[in-house]
Design a protein around this ligand. Structure first.
Ligand SMILES: [Zn+2]
Length: 333
């Protein structure tokens, strides 16, 4: 029997510590309608699911889609155990763990639900719709509040036990160092290349007699965006900060290359906006530290997808694969 070809849709959800982005996505990866709710507005997780359902139903209506044609839901969230569908120990989310992410959404909507870690979801978005749409081997590094990463080899997302593979942000870039990481250890890549790391580097540089416009900003309020904007205006301290950020990232990526032999390294997230100011030092440190067999063969690019779209499209891809898997299982019964 041949399939009746009909339009179907997936709901993509990207749960972040502050905001949750949602979208109605068609099979070609077009976002038809989007919505955002504030994650922190909901005192409990069940209340959050209710709030998300309300916003999603409104979006489906606005997109002009019949809800009966919505086939699946895909969710990207921090610290998801992909085996159980539970969020475990996500310090950035406002509810206690474990959170029954997959079960509660599945029960609420009566649809197949796919879940993924947020960095992995973004990588899937990249793999299906972004810079790496034709690449089977790449590493995606998210430079945001923290440093997340996802590794794709032979066209497959490396999941590892519980789906926790690819925590490259918590590999040491400086051993025996005094920079405390959010994970409680010292000297992780994240302590240099996250937004917080960039600010720390800038503050270290500002603690010298050098002139800088950044000295006019209260150090407690300084952000990575301030550093980026000062670099755009030619501020030497801001430029030196981003050069060091690139150097540390380049050294780390040279090690990562030896792990999975990527064709491309894709950078993503807020700090990646400063790409023009750190890419030269990053590439120089990368090539200088690469094992010779990889030299001059690995691209480093900034993701072309808007940040929220990569995560949403990746979540939708996870949802769609959950739907296809269930359909296949139903046929086999
Ligand atoms: Zn760490």
């Amino acid at each position: 029997m041949t399939d009746i070809i009909m339009k179907d849709y997936t709901l993509g959800i990207d749960i972040g510590g502050t905001h949750t982005a949602m979208a109605v996505v068609d099979t070609e990866g077009n976002i038809l309608c989007r919505a955002t709710i504030k994650t922190t507005d909901f005192a409990t997780f069940p209340k959050f699911v209710d709030g998300a359902a309300k916003a999603l139903k409104k979006s489906v209506k606005e997109a002009g889609v019949d809800f009966r044609n919505v086939r699946s839901i895909g969710i990207g969230a921090p610290c998801v155990n992909v085996d159980t569908g539970m969020v475990e120990g996500a310090v950035d989310l406002p509810w206690p763990s474990p959170i029954p992410l997959k079960d509660d959404f599945s029960e609420k909507f009566g649809l197949p639900v796919g879940v993924a870690n947020d960095a992995n979801a973004a990588a899937l978005g990249e793999m299906f719709y972004g810079e790496c749409a034709h690449t089977d081997d790449f590493i995606m590094i998210t430079l945001g509040t923290g440093v997340g990463s996802a590794i794709v080899t032979d066209g497959n997302l490396l999941q590892g036990r519980k789906g926790f593979a690819g925590e490259l942000g918590h590999t040491f870039s400086r051993r025996h160092h005094d920079r405390l990481c959010s994970c409680g250890r010292y000297g992780c890549l994240e302590t240099y290349c996250s937004a917080r790391g960039v600010v720390k580097t800038a503050l270290d540089f500002l603690d010298t007699p050098r002139h800088s416009s950044l000295k006019q900003i209260d150090p407690a309020k300084l952000t990575a965006k301030d550093v980026y904007m000062a670099a755009e205006a030619g501020d030497e301290v801001a430029l030196a900060t981003l050069r060091l950020t690139g150097e540390v990232l380049g050294e780390a990526c040279a090690d990562f290359a030896a792990f999975s032999s990527p064709e491309t390294i894709v950078l993503f997230g807020g700090v990646a906006n400063a790409f023009p100011y750190f890419i030269d030092s990053m590439k120089e440190a990368f090539e200088r530290n690469l094992l010779w067999i990889y030299k001059d063969s690995i691209r480093i690019v900034k993701s072309g997808l808007p940040e929220s779209d990569a995560a949403l499209l990746g979540a939708a891809a996870v949802g769609r694969s959950a739907f296809l898997r269930q359909r296949k299982e139903n046929r086999q019964i």
